[in-house]
Design a protein around this ligand. Structure first.
Ligand SMILES: Nc1nc2c(ncn2[C@@H]2O[C@H](COP(=O)(O)OP(=O)(O)O)[C@@H](O)[C@H]2O)c(=O)[nH]1
Ligand SMILES: [Mg+2]
Length: 374
């Protein structure tokens, strides 16, 4: 079934392909008539039944690498764990009863882990209320906090995908947070999943930025729409949407600049890009994702406001969770920005971008390895 629907495309391998990035002017090809790739996100059970053995095996082999398992997440969160959960566990061991001094220390630990004031205060109020009811002791303090923090994150919200239509994903954020790298990882992933992907190199500020995204495109065998350095970002997006429609693309990834000559220039450019999307693809579901660098913790959250004004954000991609002690910022993003964390970056390799699973995150944070040495 699966291979019959897409006869002209052999299964994509994990290895980079030799397919060169197509020129922007490339005319519409047979791609238009091509049936859209089957998507596991739509009624997975029904689709799985229709699939043959090899298609199922292919799915099985590819699935796990895009979802962080507790073990991998736990490793990436090592620093956050030692600065946060391990200290909370130690606190429980050191104190014999819950009192104001202990709560003060607890709040300090929470704040230092970058959960933000709102979450820290909420957690303390929760512990205090539980204490009045006689439901919290130093021994179960860590469990009480775990339950509270789990509730704060709520349900996971991975990137949505609407089959049989053009989906637009635009990455915004300041310089160096990991937009281009993340876009490259996404392109690679969607290519493997059988989507028809196109990249718009709308960071035209520096030639190096265009080159960087071109390398990612080539590695994954994904088409790229690019203009010259200094070109109009909105014009790149205009061409990309036209090309996407002509080629039957289902996923358009837009890389944007993180720095222009000044902030208002940058915001004006993003607004213009957004307008072009609305005009040229009004029916397309658009994900405007703010890419945040976890190592900047709470400071990074201030950027959200500015970007929110320029383009209505639909979620956050939190990069560089590996190697930072500020992983607590995940709770702040939910509480302060009210945006879902869609994906997390756990390293620089292509497979290090994972769907954010709130349950796995909290499990990993509180898992065994975080226990303080006796
Ligand atoms: N450790 C780590 N590094 C990352 C991650 N994501 C991106 N980076 C690195 O961050 C740097 C800046 O990335 P880039 O994509 O150029 O940022 P941009 O300016 O926002 O496009 C590069 O060196 C990336 O390899 C991540 O999840 N973990
Ligand atoms: Mg970039």
């Amino acid at each position: 079934m699966w291979f019959k629907r897409k006869p002209e495309q052999p299964p994509v391998t994990l290895e980079p392909t030799e397919t060169p990035a197509a020129a922007p002017e490339q005319p519409a090809q047979t791609a238009q008539a091509e049936a859209p790739a089957p998507q596991a996100t739509e009624a997975p059970a029904a689709q799985d039944e229709q699939k043959g053995f090899w298609a199922k095996t292919w799915d099985f082999l590819n699935k796990p690498i895009f979802v962080a398992e507790t073990e991998a997440m736990s490793q990436a969160l090592e620093k956050t764990k030692s600065g946060f959960i391990a200290r909370i566990k130690k606190l429980g061991n050191r104190w014999t009863k819950i009192d104001e001094d202990m709560l003060e220390e607890l709040e300090e630990i929470l704040l230092e882990s970058d959960v933000g004031l709102a979450v820290a205060e909420g957690a303390i109020a929760h512990v205090r209320a539980k204490h009045k009811l006689g439901e919290v002791t130093p021994e179960n303090l860590s469990d009480v906090l775990e339950a509270y923090l789990r509730e704060q994150l709520g349900e996971s919200a991975p990137l949505p995908y609407t089959p049989n239509t053009l989906n637009i994903i635009m990455l915004v954020g300041v310089n160096g947070v990991g937009k281009t790298t993340t876009l490259g990882k996404l392109a690679h992933r969607y290519q493997i999943e059988g989507r028809k992907v196109l990249i718009a190199a709308a960071d035209t500020f520096r030639a190096a930025a265009i080159e960087q995204v071109a390398i990612w495109a080539e590695r994954s065998g994904v088409d790229l729409i690019r203009h010259k350095e200094g070109g109009d970002a909105a014009a790149v997006v205009f061409d990309a949407i036209r090309a996407a429609k002509a080629r039957g693309v289902d996923t358009l990834l837009i890389d944007t600049a993180g720095r222009l000559h000044n902030k208002s220039n940058l915001m004006a450019e993003l607004q213009k890009v957004r307008k072009i999307i609305e005009r040229e693809a009004p029916e397309a579901p658009v994900e405007a994702l703010l890419v945040l660098d976890a190592t900047t913790g709470q400071n990074g959250l201030r950027q959200a406001e500015v970007f929110q004004e320029a383009t209505k954000l639909t979620g956050v991609i939190l990069t560089k969770l590996d190697g930072t002690a500020k992983g607590g910022v995940v709770f702040g993003i939910k509480k302060q920005l009210d945006l879902p964390v869609r994906l997390v970056g756990l390293g620089e390799k292509v497979e290090d971008l994972k769907d954010f699973d709130a349950g796995v995150y909290v499990d990993a944070l509180f898992s065994e390895a975080a226990k303080p040495e006796a």
